[in-house]
Design a protein around this ligand. Sequence first.
Ligand code: AMP
Length: 311
Amino acid sequence: MAAEACGNPILAVGSVAFDSIKNPFGEANRVVGGSVTYFSLAASFFTDVRLVAVVGEDFADRGAAVFAGRRVDLAGLQTVPGETFRWKGEYGFDLNQRETIYTKLNVFEQFQPVIPESYRSSPFVFLGNIHPRLQLEVLDQVTAPRLVAADTMNYWIEGTPDELREVLKRVDILIINDSEARELSREANLVKAARVLKTMGPSTVVIKRGEHGVLMTASGDGEFSAAPALPLEEVFDPTGAGDTFAGGFVGYLAGCGDTSDASLARAIIYGSTLASFAVEDFSIDRLLRLTKGEIADRFRHFKRLTHFDEA
Ligand code: AMP
């Protein structure tokens, strides 16, 4: 795989969670999830990840079990008295649409991220979906990162818009899904929405469109890149697909250390590749079984899917 070995470490903050998921194919209760969990599993195929999050004592030693043997440093994963973040989502047959049944912040309510000294100079930072106040607290503790990427969701767009605006001013790449891009920009058209979001701070905006692929602004005025999603027959659970995309995307950029437009265009394919695996099983199960060989094969599959010759 082109993105092997080398690599700049990524400091990543986000939720580590117990999820409950219901969809027409089945149900999973109290399974491991969370934005930084999916992100780190995906990104660790490309480079070292320094994870920052909090769990309750009920999480026991699951962190060690999930990340065992992977390039994920857990020195920034705090365990405190109380319950782990809980989220429940329900999907209908259109897996692009989901309803959040509940969000219980639990130990995240009192969480104050303390970035270990050894993490502070991390060249790449990923602010996973979490309270924007926590995203800001992380940014305040790092020294001149080369690239900051961030994700968010409707829960924070609606609940904490001012703090989110502050985050956006300090972000290089915003990775966001289509409905959230529309909500945050107040623009129905995604091309216009991306332009509006750029005026809020990020120099690059990546809009995830579920089974319709990805749209990304490029550095030139008016330029966009796009990638389709792989046509998959086995889609069981789209939970975490967005975070997994972000892990493949930022992981590839940090791993190769190149943030040119050409590299960003490859990164959306790596992000899409990783996300295409995440949806094949419930929770993080498919990512736990994933191999580098499978990633390389599917990356080539994407190339065939998107390649065409001029007449
Ligand atoms: P995605 O499907 O990529 O949007 O991510 C789903 C994951 O995000 C689940 O594993 C949830 O635990 C986590 N999640 C859901 N809501 C929130 C929230 N408000 N803040 C942080 N993480 C969340």
